[in-house]
Ligand binder design. Structure first.
Ligand code: AMP
Ligand code: MG
Length: 486
């Protein structure tokens, strides 16, 4: 046996999904396999790279033990309700228990038509597959909860978008693919039994300690909020803009999913938006916490019957819980900012100090990533990236206040430096590099794609040989828009 499946979602009643095998492709070829992740999942990495492994990822061979399904969900897209979405171009092959004891979904994305494809073709162009590979694995290397990429293949079949493009398939791994929109679907069709089954499944799988609490659903909701708060705070901390925070793209597990039009900021701009379809800036960087809150309100709405028997009491409980979110987020946000600034204790002036730094970054349009990195260097007077970035004169008074604040702590400079180097990455998937890797790959050259993956697996370790991958784009290299590419 090559993959030890242990499926649970496909054992839920048939109205949760449609049994659907992936649709075979013409000439599958491996782009890249994630050998480390394969090992975590108990999959032989050599097998994954073999002809048979590639056929499985491409959907040309359904492995023993798989129970392929396309799941149903709904969701609010850019604020508008869509009653039926579902896996339109993805197939859940099944679940495995990793070496860490965790349960993981293995899903193929771009694997052909399903009953949920609507007007779509069920396929993915190569570009978005490569983008998701690079960015999801970089997020994992940052230590941010995320879906992962097990492997990517080309299909040998074209897909037609704004042009004729090579097709690709990505094998995605997540603790589950259950979304806010999955619960919304069952709530919206008044399937209370379905909702109850799904909640039991989610609690057992992701929030087991909520099961024994007095009000398991309310406890689970509280924990989902706290994971979302922590997740969005982590995104803000690396300048990540998700781009499409629809309720069907928010996992109940608290992992990042759906790397469509996402991007990392170069120069700090709190209003940054990259997605070509986000005209109103709904999902701009600075709106992400409020949108997470909005999405959680949708979730609370779907869960209402389970908060309490009486409707008034349920609404009151849900509202009280939701009102805690902004504070939860602020806590997480400043915890991360304090760590990024190298502070290990809490002082009442810290939030202002952090905000002043962000304001200075924004006014000087400084590079978000390199500014924090350079700050870390100043703790021990190293100059590794000084040539790539140094603070403009306007930072001098702030730097003095920051030094004074650091001096109040007992931690040694060397320890502060180490801590800052392990939270402030020097390499991020810069847009212009990701776009360059994609355009080279369309021309048949995957070297930059592989190099970015390798470099970004160690985003905290500077290597002068790769300095070119750390620097912000030249004005003519700046990428202003990203596309869903669906
Ligand atoms: P996304 O924008 O990727 O979150 O997708 C939103 C919805 O559209 C989901 O139900 C997807 O399955 C579906 N979808 C996106 N792209 C395609 C496609 N090429 N073919 C079929 N369905 C798609
Ligand atoms: Mg989606």
């Amino acid at each position: 046996m090559t993959i030890r499946f242990d499926n649970s979602y496909s054992k839920l009643p048939e109205r949760f999904y449609v049994k659907q095998a992936p649709v075979p492709v013409s000439r599958p070829a491996l782009i890249r396999a994630n050998r480390q992740l394969a090992e975590l999942l108990g999959i032989d990495p050599d097998w994954l790279e073999s002809e048979e492994g590639v056929e499985v990822i491409a959907g040309n061979r359904v492995p023993d033990g798989a129970d392929p399904i396309a799941t149903v969900y709904a969701g609010h897209q850019f604020g508008s309700w869509n009653p039926r979405l579902g896996d339109g171009r993805a197939i859940l092959l099944g679940e495995v228990i990793g070496n860490d004891g965790e349960r993981y979904d293995i899903q193929l994305k771009g694997s052909g038509l399903t009953p949920f494809s609507r007007q779509g073709d069920g396929r993915a162009p190569l570009g978005p597959v490569l983008r998701e590979y690079i960015v999801s694995e970089a997020m994992a290397a940052f230590g941010i909860p995320t879906s992962r990429t097990l492997a990517a293949v080309t299909t040998g079949d074209p897909v037609f978008r704004e042009a004729r493009l090579d097709g690709g398939i990505l094998a995605r791994v997540a603790k589950s693919h259950i979304r806010i929109g999955t619960l919304q679907f069952f709530a919206s069709v008044n399937d209370i039994d379905g909702l109850k089954l799904l909640l039991d499944h989610v609690i057992e799988r992701h929030y087991p300690d909520a099961a024994t609490s007095e009000n398991p659903v309310a406890t689970m909701f509280e924990q989902i909020m706290s994971r979302q708060a922590a997740l969005v705070a982590r995104w803000q901390g690396v300048g990540f803009i998700h781009g499409v925070m629809n309720t069907d793209n928010m996992l109940l597990s608290g992992e990042t999913i759906d790397y469509g039009p996402c991007a990392f900021m170069d120069a700090f701009d709190s209003a940054a938006v990259y997605s070509s379809i986000d005209h109103g800036g709904r999902y701009a960087y600075r709106n992400q916490p409020a949108i997470a809150h909005w999405n959680l309100a949708c979730l609370a709405q779907a869960l209402l019957p389970f908060f309490a028997d009486e409707e008034d009491a349920a609404v009151e409980l849900a509202q009280a819980a939701l009102e805690r979110f902004p504070e939860m987020f602020q806590q997480e946000h400043f915890t991360i900012l304090r760590a990024k600034l190298g502070l290990t204790t809490v002082d009442e002036g810290d939030e202002e100090l952090a905000q002043d730094f962000l304001d200075l970054l924004e006014r000087s349009r400084s590079d978000f990533t390199l500014a924090f990195r350079r700050l870390g260097e100043l703790t021990v007077d190293t100059t590794e990236i000084e040539a790539l970035f140094d603070f403009p004169e306007s930072f001098a008074p702030w730097l003095e206040s920051w030094r004074q604040r650091c001096a109040q702590e007992t931690i040694s400079d060397a320890d502060r430096h180490r801590a800052m180097m392990s939270i402030n990455p020097v390499f991020i998937p810069r847009n212009h590099l990701v776009e360059e890797a994609i355009s080279q790959a369309y021309a048949g050259d995957f070297a930059l794609f592989h190099r970015l993956n390798e470099r970004l697996s160690m985003p905290f370790d500077f290597d002068a040989a790769d300095a070119g991958l750390a620097i912000p784009p030249e004005p003519d290299q700046v990428v202003h828009q990203t596309f869903c590419g669906t």
